[in-house]
Ligand binder design. Structure first.
Ligand code: IMP
Ligand code: MG
Length: 273
């Protein structure tokens, strides 16, 4: 089953810039006999899919180096991940995913709304790989809509507010495509909703994973970038529905948060009790 429970790695303060977490060349040979099969499988998975780590002291790129919509001038701190790097990284994730599960037919379950850009680019790359290989993989795409954040805070409970009837997942090989894993609560709740419908296999691909003390240790099977505990927007990730039209993944600043904050009275309309 998807995900795993383990501690988030140290932030690795003191090194400037983004650093690639190097994959180990081979499996550790001194696995303790008390480790069960799942631990061993988990170690293998981690080694197979390293994630690109943006360190806590990575200042991001100056906004003036890139173009972005004028209506967001003054609302952003920096460009954390430029659009081109996002797309290049997704191409590699697609390759890793095909190598791992490309011998199955896959049902891609896109988590809306934040996951739609990641899902569209990932599916495009998966299709290209499938088209150019001898092995044809049938791929279907479904959508589910979840809501778990108000302003920049997790509400603590995940709501499924739209999408497919989950019973269609029975017996399928499901690849959940999510924008970001923060605390991990949203994904854990979704997985437990899905498991009731007895899919054959469930894997989770998340474009971003945050290093946060609030993490409940959930780790996706495939992760694009590990980022510091900052609120990010762009590439379909939103702050109260704004910034989805921004190509790069950026850090929102206090001015932006204030400008687009939803006050308590309005929140009651958006999230009725
Ligand atoms: P979690 O339950 O804390 O893991 O939060 C996961 C969900 O919250 C994601 O699916 C996002 O929709 C949303 N989310 C978490 N962090 C951010 C962020 O930095 N920007 C935009 N959305 C976020
Ligand atoms: Mg999401």
């Amino acid at each position: 089953m998807a995900g795993s429970s383990e501690k988030a790695p140290d932030s690795g303060r003191g090194v400037v810039g983004a650093a690639l977490q190097k994959p180990a060349a081979r499996l550790p040979h001194a696995l303790s006999v008390t480790e069960d099969k799942r631990d061993i499988e988990e170690k293998r998975r981690k080694i197979r899919s390293p994630n690109l780590m943006l360190l806590d002291n990575w200042p991001g790129y100056d906004l003036d180096l890139f173009t972005y919509p004028q209506h967001y001038y003054g609302d952003l701190e920096c460009v954390l991940i430029p659009h081109g790097i996002i797309v290049d990284r997704i191409e590699r994730l697609a390759k890793d995913i095909m190598k791992d599960i490309g011998y199955h037919d896959i049902l891609v379950l896109c988590v809306l709304k934040g996951g739609y850009k990641f899902c569209a680019d990932l599916v495009e790359h998966l299709k290209n790989i499938s088209r150019n290989s001898d092995r044809f993989v049938s791929m279907k795409v479904d959508f589910i809509r979840l809501k778990s954040y108000k302003n920049d805070r997790s509400m603590g409970e995940m709501q499924i507010i739209g999408g497919e009837d989950l019973s269609t997942l029975a017996g399928k090989n499901v690849l959940i495509v999510e924008d970001v894993v923060g605390t991990g609560r949203t994904m854990k709740a979704l997985l437990s909703s899905i498991e009731k419908y007895k899919p054959n296999m469930v894997k989770v691909a998340s474009l971003l994973v945050k290093r946060t003390a609030r993490s409940d240790s959930f780790k996706p099977d495939y992760a694009g970038f590990e980022i510091p505990d900052v609120f990010v927007v762009g590439y379909a990730l939103d702050y109260n529905e704004y910034f989805r039209d921004l190509n790069h993944i950026c850090v929102i600043n206090e001015h932006g948060k204030e400008k687009y904050r939803i006050c308590e009275a309005k929140l009651i309309n958006v999230f009725p009790r």
